[in-house]
Design a protein around this ligand. Structure first.
Ligand code: ATP
Length: 490
């Protein structure tokens, strides 16, 4: 990462804290690593992103319904899903600093260095080779790669490494207060993904909502992973939120549905007005234990291109596993006629396409894309500056600020009337204090797209000044048109 990129990232982190978006968890006790709390504006933004996703999935697709499953699940779930045996990352420790690294992160950092030295081909070859070795779980060769490139620990600056080991990322806890002979009997896990809550409810949902294949089940909720490398703000957290959708399809059609969802999900991002050129797909070579085909949707964060969402073709892996472990059939009866046989398709275990996006990561994406330290050229030739968040109006924490110019002459009363008219429809903010310029700047900093100022002229002709966040343009409009104008923009 260049110093400039790092600076921008640090500025975003400070801004997020200063303006009530994101705080370190339990900060008065010096925080808890990779755990964060959302403040007054942060929780609004997060909720708006979640709602936007939820609506686009469940309301705008007739064949997708939602659920809200519990975080705790029967422990056998995680045996069946493969997480107990496979949900681990290859790690390596530096013997001098005692610092533990994810092997892929260490090698990726080296590749980034090569790229910055202009050795693009060598960088690509290194990443390609790494993917192959990870896919083959060839830890001896990966260790040799680290040695050959003389990759060093950033703290001790030595290349004194242990062997590579697997480290499971699931959090364990104890359930209930019943003492048993075997302490393992009481162990439950905090779910590392929300997907399994969907799979174990597949038949409940299909039957009660009378869903016909192809159909999807959507869910948003917390997930927990004991991440080793956890120092990228809300990019990689130990407690985070996912927005996942599992789409159940007839076997043999998964290829087309995978393509469909790959494109559909990118369109969702673009529909928020986010820049297309900052997105790219990254097709996986190393597939997760369940996957048939998989890709990431990556975004150019200030820390480089990084995954924000995964699209996975999971085959019938999960349902078949649950069928086997629970000894309960996880099948669907398809009475559509198969043209090849002239008979119904009959019973089968559906195939699944998953779309999985991190809500916190999407939040960071929005913040990173919105943040600007803008230099303003004034009419008198001087310059000024402002920090502004160009958050898409649809998801901005506050949509409208209502600002009476003075605290007297009946202006607050008019402003209060406008507030009463607008607040049942969208989130407003009301403020009388401080000079108007200062109040505008504070709204810029939290990304409020519209500010309305009520002044003496309002009393004469029922017009107000509207100020647009992005252009800073101001114009007079009828007070009666404010609500409609904002509603149309959001
Ligand atoms: P990564 O390679 O970054 O660890 P992953 O491939 O393990 O991510 P998935 O299991 O596919 O991630 O999870 C789906 C989505 O959940 C990711 O695209 C990401 O947005 C989000 N996510 C995963 N882990 C975290 C985390 N520790 N903190 C925040 N978001 C996360």
């Amino acid at each position: 990462m260049s110093t400039q990129q790092d600076n921008k990232f640090q500025q975003i982190i400070s801004h997020a804290k200063e303006y009530g978006f994101v705080f370190p968890s339990s900060e008065i006790y010096d925080g808890l690593s990779a755990v964060y709390d959302y403040g007054p504006y942060g929780c609004e933004l997060k909720k708006n992103i979640r709602d936007y996703w939820w609506k686009s999935m469940t309301q705008l697709h007739d064949n997708i319904v939602g659920i809200d499953a519990a975080i705790f699940m029967h422990p056998t779930t995680w045996k069946a899903s493969g997480h107990i045996d496979n949900f681990s990352d290859p790690m390596i420790d530096n013997k001098d600093s005692k610092k533990r690294y994810r092997v892929d992160h260490l090698i990726e950092a080296k590749a980034e260095e090569l790229a910055q030295e202009g050795k693009k081909e060598e960088e690509q070859a290194l990443l390609q080779k790494m993917d192959e070795l990870l896919a083959a779980e060839d830890f001896v060769a990966l260790k040799k790669m680290i040695d050959d490139y003389n990759i060093k620990c950033s703290i001790s600056d030595t290349a004194n490494w242990t062997d590579i080991r697997q480290f499971n990322l699931m959090f364990k806890t104890e359930f209930g207060a019943v003492a048993t002979d075997n302490p393992d009997d009481n162990i439950v896990y905090l779910r590392p993904e929300t997907a399994q809550g969907i799979f174990v409810n597949f038949l409940n949902v299909q039957k009660t909502a009378r869903m016909k294949i192809p159909f999807g089940i959507a869910q948003t909720g917390k997930a927990f992973r004991n991440e080793i490398v956890a120092r990228q703000f809300i990019f990689r957290m130990r407690e985070f939120e996912q927005m996942e959708m599992q789409f159940f399809v007839r076997p043999g059609t998964e290829g087309e549905w995978y393509q469909f969802w790959k494109e559909e999900r990118l369109k969702w991002h673009i529909s928020l007005g986010l820049p297309k050129e900052k997105y790219r797909y990254h097709d996986h070579i190393k597939l997760a234990h369940y996957a048939k085909e998989a890709c990431d949707i990556e975004f150019e964060f200030p820390i480089g291109f990084k995954e924000v969402e995964g699209i996975h073709s999971r085959s019938d892996f999960d349902l078949t596993q649950h069928q086997q472990y629970s000894r309960k059939k996880q099948q669907y009866f398809d009475n559509d006629i198969n043209p090849a046989t002239g008979k119904p398709y009959g019973n089968y275990v559906p195939y699944v396409i998953e779309t999985s996006i991190g809500l916190d990561r999407m939040f960071l994406l929005i913040l990173a894309n919105a943040y600007e330290e803008e230099v303003i050229n004034k009419e008198d030739g001087s310059t000024d500056s402002r920090t502004v968040l160009h958050i898409p109006a649809k998801i901005a924490p506050v949509k409208l600020a209502i600002l009476p110019l003075l605290k007297k002459d009946g202006l607050p009363e008019i402003a209060q009337q406008l507030l009463a008219e607008c607040k049942p429809h969208f989130k407003c903010f009301y403020e009388e204090k401080d000079a108007i310029g200062k109040r505008y700047r504070r709204q810029d900093a939290i990304g409020t797209p519209f500010c309305i100022t009520i002044d003496h002229q309002t009393k004469e002709d029922n017009t107000v000044t509207i100020r647009y966040r992005d252009s800073m343009k101001q114009e007079r409009i009828a007070i009666s048109s404010v609500k409609q104008l904002v509603l149309e923009a959001i």
